[in-house]
Design a protein around this ligand. Structure first.
Ligand code: GLN
Length: 304
């Protein structure tokens, strides 16, 4: 498979597309990111890596971080986590509060904000230094000790995160948050502020394409069953109320973030990250989805 020429074709096709998406503005620091950034990076399980555009530029990974925190949390509490977070697609926006009321404060899945906040609460309970230990985990996956939080982004979200404060307090009223609300929110805003490039994200997600083992060392990071389940959750819940559309168009497990990044994996084939900050009305990168749709069409490699 000539991945590089396929990526070049995708770049040319995207160039001609008229994107109607908008850069996220509800976190003021994110609104400063130039709208025309575009990059893509693909790691193949057995034949190197390929890229185009701004694939080496770091951006705010936002909700993509929910995959890293979920992986860490299920390492600590295993199946007990599912008593506090469900595994069903929500069909609602990422920051919705509505379903919590009739589901007794149990979020529909770990990738909507409510679910990720419960996962963050679990990590605050179990980790001695949650911010450091999350960073160590992501650095290990990327084999890169320079990965870091972007304090400006974390601060900016903390100053404007009214929805997340509401979600936390609402879930605490159902006794599904065990720690101090502000402490958990501080951890959550930091995880969302992780600054990574497409290249770094694609490398980190290789563990989900490679059945839980680090590609370069063969070291097991996550059990096979855990990876199978995480990929299933990315497939069914990774794009909120657009998860069906992403499956329909792209056909891969994946996760998006409001920074404009999307990471997707094809088990036993590749992991791929794309970044374009212009979001559609569901909060997912418009050109990022187009790029991945082209990728699975041109390669003939989706999971369907
Ligand atoms: N930090 C963002 C928030 O909590 C993450 C949302 C996202 O990327 N979908 O609103």
């Amino acid at each position: 498979m000539d991945y590089q020429s396929i990526l070049n074709t995708i770049e040319q096709k995207l160039d001609k597309r008229n994107c109607k998406g908008k850069v996220a503005a509800y976190i003021p620091e994110l609104a400063k990111v130039p709208a025309d950034k575009l990059g893509m990076h693909l790691y193949c399980i057995n034949s190197g890596h390929y890229s185009f555009g701004d694939s080496n530029e770091k951006f705010s990974i936002q909700s993509i971080s929910k995959v890293f925190t979920l992986a860490l949390a299920i390492r600590f509490v295993g199946d007990k986590l599912w008593d506090r977070v469900d595994v069903e697609p929500s069909g609602d926006p990422f920051n919705s509060l509505t379903q919590l009321e009739y589901e007794n404060g149990i979020p529909r899945n770990p990738f909507i904000n409510a679910g990720a906040l419960v996962v963050a609460d679990v990590l605050v309970t179990h980790l001695e230094n949650p911010k450091k230990e999350l960073l160590d985990f992501v650095r290990q996956l990327c084999e890169d000790d320079t990965i870091d939080y972007d304090e400006r982004i974390a601060k900016s979200e903390a100053a404007s995160g009214y929805r997340n404060v509401a979600l936390m307090n609402y879930m605490k009223s159902f006794e599904n948050i065990n720690n101090d609300v502000d402490e958990v929110l501080d951890f959550y805003y930091h995880q969302c502020s992780l600054a990574m490039s497409c290249k770094e994200l694609a490398k980190a997600f290789m563990v989900f394409a490679n059945a839980g083992k680090q590609l370069s060392t063969g070291k097991r990071i996550l059990g096979k069953q855990k990876v199978k389940r995480m990929n299933a959750l990315m497939q069914t819940c990774g794009f909120y109320d657009e998860a069906g559309e992403f499956s329909f168009k792209v056909g891969l497990p994946g996760k998006s973030g409001v920074g404009g990044g999307i990471v997707a994996v094809h088990p036993q084939q590749y992991s791929v990250a794309v970044w374009s900050p212009m979001l559609n009305e569901k909060g997912n990168s418009e050109l990022g989805m187009d790029a991945l749709e082209e990728l699975t069409t041109l390669t003939g490699l989706s999971i369907f």
